[in-house]
Design a protein around this ligand. Structure first.
Ligand code: FHN
Length: 419
């Protein structure tokens, strides 16, 4: 058993960026502030005294932790991670360390507790995001150079006085924390990152730590935001991804990814052995915007039919050529390669995979289990393996037609150099 086993099998998680920044929703004094709405304090250089006043207005009457966790399950997600503290330093949990928390708002409820309880009841692994270096409220935290003089900051005072105590609170007061998600480590001293890791594991030895603790100290690799690696990776890894241009709620941005695009990204990531942590930004009332839920519902419906081709998969072999019609995912225990046909052939009625060495046993259409015709050949003079699946004309699915290709053994690919 590896610490990351549950995480690798989970493949698809819900990221929730929620905090005071949901109130301005990307606008300040009538002006649209560019980039992520959760950065509004820094990007608009809002004086702390002014930003603090948002806490007086935080009262998300519609927030329903149980409904959100149930929705995440329906959407096909298998873990959930919420911003316990983002860069503005505001704790969405009850903390004894600082008054800068949700407990000191008209709402006065511990959001992390409500979500932790709902996840425990629904059997959903619960994870917390914690901004360990940036804290624009704390005089010694990194990032606020408009209220505080950076030359007078003492990062250790912040680290020992706020970070470690709050991390201990999160890992002590909320039951099992499946993973803690750190972010923007910048140039934090490596010794402190090690101490942070030790602190987490002293509280909960099974808690996973993401790659952004820094210096390779995480339990899994973190891809850059919204980025998919070029090649498959054998280690555990994850891509955090937005549905629009912002992590926090942004009023003016309703240009969400389509269900088709989300499925495409999820399939690509699963095929390269990774996880997709897909973000929503609830608004000031505590509601996930309808434009986001509509997309996620459609993706969830697709996963209910085709989830077998995404969950419990591992990296598919890197094929020698880019696949023109779509992507591959791979389940080693079932010895099954899944063809995700995004460009359904309309004239030739077949798809080709070049370079698959492993003999094929059977080919079926995942939607209804019907057997499909196929052929596999090897041309010695060119040293080229070719595998064709013949597709009936009427079988194209709306987003992605999935074909299960059962193999006689482990999936092996020719390398480009042999061809
Ligand atoms: O600055 C943050 C950003 O607001 C957001 O939390 C993302 C999520 O991956 N991480 C940082 C930028 O990489």
């Amino acid at each position: 058993m590896e610490r990351t086993d549950w995480f690798r099998a989970a493949t698809y998680g819900l990221f929730i960026h929620w905090g005071l920044y949901a109130i301005p929703g990307g606008e300040w004094r009538g002006e649209a502030i560019p980039c992520g709405s959760e950065w509004i304090m820094k990007n608009a250089r809002i004086p702390l005294a002014e930003y603090r006043r948002l806490a007086e207005r935080f009262c998300p009457a519609q927030f329903d932790a149980r409904a959100l966790v149930r929705a995440a399950k329906r959407w096909g997600m298998r873990y959930l991670c919420v911003t316990a503290k983002h860069h503005d330093g505001f704790a969405m949990f009850d903390t004894a360390v600082s008054d800068w928390s949700v407990m000191h708002t008209p709402y006065g409820r511990d959001v992390v507790r409500d979500l932790a309880n709902a996840c425990a009841e629904e059997g959903m692994p619960f994870c917390v995001y914690y901004s360990q270096m940036q804290d624009w409220e704390d005089p010694n935290g990194h990032g606020n150079d408009w209220d505080y003089d950076p030359t007078k900051k003492d990062f250790r005072t912040y680290f020992y006085g706020k970070v470690l105590p709050q991390v201990r609170e999160l890992l002590t007061n909320y039951g099992r924390i499946a993973m803690i998600w750190f972010d923007t480590p910048y140039d934090m001293p490596q010794a402190l990152c090690r101490e942070l890791r030790e602190t987490v594991l002293a509280c909960q030895p099974d808690c996973l730590i993401n790659g952004r603790i820094g210096y390779g100290l995480g339990d899994y690799a973190q891809a850059a935001d919204n980025s998919i690696p070029t090649l498959a990776r054998q280690c555990a890894w994850e891509t955090p991804m937005t549905l629009n241009s912002s992590w926090g709620y942004m009023k003016r941005d309703t240009a969400y990814r389509s269900p088709e695009e989300v499925i495409d990204r999820l399939v690509q990531i699963a095929g390269k052995g990774g996880n997709l942590l897909l973000n929503v930004g609830p608004d000031a009332d505590g509601c996930v915007p309808a434009g986001e839920t509509e997309v996620l519902e459609r993706v969830g419906e697709w996963l209910a039919r085709f989830g077998e081709s995404v969950f419990d998969t591992a990296a598919a072999p890197d094929m020698p050529y880019l696949i023109r019609w779509g992507h591959l995912t791979y389940c080693p225990s079932r010895r099954c390669l899944y063809f995700h046909v995004r460009e359904y052939p309309t004239i030739a009625q077949r798809v080709l995979l070049t370079g698959l060495r492993t003999p094929v046993r059977a080919v079926t259409l995942l939607s209804d289990g019907r057997a499909l015709k196929w052929s596999q050949s090897y041309e010695p003079a060119r040293n080229e393996h070719r595998f064709y699946v013949f597709l009936p004309p009427e079988c194209a699915e709306e987003f992605d037609t999935v074909i299960a290709v059962e193999l006689e053994g482990e999936a092996l690919a020719q390398s480009l150099d042999e061809l």
